[in-house]
Design a binder for this molecule. Structure first.
Ligand SMILES: [Mn+2]
Length: 407
């Protein structure tokens, strides 16, 4: 069987803004690609909607886009198996099997937009269960677990314990963070690591992380499906186009079809030393101009991450980027972040060092106080506080400063 894979459609993204139609158009492109590729069914790995409670306008447009799948069909039959009960599914059109993401995670008793779409026959909503697709003598088992709070993810996965079927092709759908893909080691952010994944699956697809990535874990192919729309611009995401993966359950091969129409993304990290307002505007302008050189069908997304230090006497708040944002607003979606290393922060760090010298333990001072001190600087949440705290506690001032300036 041929299975189309995509994820994180974030329907309704930018509801009040200029990009409002993009999430629906991209879902439409994904379904058309799946139909043209003669997929037997599609799997979607969560964050179907951008908001936990989508507006009626969003729901309307979502149904309009999902209806495109009704012009298709599937020669396969589908059975849902959950809590040791079996139920044959009557599906019209090209079947779309989905799990929920963190964006639509709500209390057990609360119905979500996915329940509504499931009842209306637009999608098949799967959570902690399994769907068996059969066509001829081929059998594909799709196991799906919707997003759970990261802190509980490892326990929930162990408890649920999906067991692949012998002789069938086995897929597992998840929507979680994995430690291997993030910088911060914190159980609030991730408890799952790739090593925790159950064995025996042919394909494990994860949503949530918006860039596409494919790797082999022993006999399993692990796929980050990526999102169908860029909701925030990450460096990794700019390198992979948006589109649909196809998995062939017989050959176990994966292929990718990009959307014919998609918005280009550009990411720049600009490192400056003693920068002035003029320097900064100049750097931004040249980055943007080089991105705009190539003619784009759609207004591109450009993100500029400013780093390094400012000229003496200047602080981030003094840097006015209005001139740039206004000049290019018609030609690009621009987002510029100022993450300069502030003098006041250097001062705070050396004050902390003095405290340490006076034999007042920084550990005793506590992480909370450090956090409070840092809040008074321009830093906000620009770096991993706990890591800085640990380095300071170990008297590693240079390393702490280095981490701050490179975060
Ligand atoms: Mn998402």
């Amino acid at each position: 069987m041929k299975i189309a894979v995509f994820s994180d459609t974030h329907l309704g993204f930018d509801e009040k803004g200029e990009r409002y139609s993009e999430s629906f158009e991209n879902l439409g492109q994904a379904i058309k690609i799946a139909l043209q590729g003669e997929a037997d069914f599609c799997v979607l790995c969560g964050d179907i909607f951008d908001a936990p409670v989508p507006s009626h306008n969003v729901l309307y447009r979502a149904i309009e886009s999902f209806s495109l799948a009704k012009s298709g069909s599937s020669a396969a039959s589908f059975v849902l198996e959950k809590n040791s009960e079996k139920k044959a599914l009557q599906i019209s059109g090209l079947p779309l099997i989905t799990i929920h993401g963190n964006h639509e995670f709500r209390g057990k008793e609360t119905k979500t937009a996915l329940d509504v779409l499931n009842l209306s026959g637009m999608i098949v909503y799967l959570h902690a269960g399994k769907i068996i697709a059969e066509k001829g003598n081929e059998r594909v088992c799709v196991f799906g677990l919707g997003a759970v709070p990261e802190k509980r993810a490892l326990d929930v996965l162990h408890q649920w314990n999906p067991v692949p079927e012998k002789g069938a092709c086995n897929l597992l759908l998840l929507h979680q963070t994995f430690k291997e893909f993030i910088v911060i080691d914190d159980e609030m952010v991730a408890t799952l690591s790739l090593d925790d994944l159950p064995e025996g699956f042919d394909l494990i697809v994860n949503g949530h992380l918006h860039w596409a990535n494919e790797q082999k874990l022993r006999e399993t192919t692990f796929l980050l499906a990526g999102s169908t729309i860029a909701t925030s611009i990450k460096k990794l995401e700019c390198k992979t186009p948006k589109g649909v993966f196809f998995f062939d359950s017989a050959s176990k091969e994966l292929s990718f079809t990009p959307f014919p129409r998609q918005r280009k993304m550009f990411y720049h990290k600009v490192l400056l030393d003693s920068a002035s307002q003029e320097n900064i505007l100049g750097e931004c302008r040249s980055a943007i101009e080089s991105d705009l050189r190539e003619k784009q069908e759609m207004k591109p997304l450009i993100r500029i991450n400013l780093k390094g230090t400012l000229k003496k006497g200047l602080s981030s708040a003094d840097i006015d980027l209005k001139e740039i944002t206004e000049a290019y607003s018609g030609r690009a979606f621009l987002s510029v972040s100022k993450n300069f290393l502030a003098d006041s922060f250097r001062k705070k760090i050396s004050e902390l060092r003095e405290l340490q010298k006076s034999r007042l333990s920084i550990v005793a001072m506590g992480f909370d106080i450090l956090e409070k001190n840092l809040k008074e600087t321009d830093f906000g949440g620009a770096f991993d506080l706990k890591a800085i705290f640990d380095l300071l506690a170990e008297d590693e001032l240079e390393k702490a400063l280095e981490k701050v300036s490179h975060s």
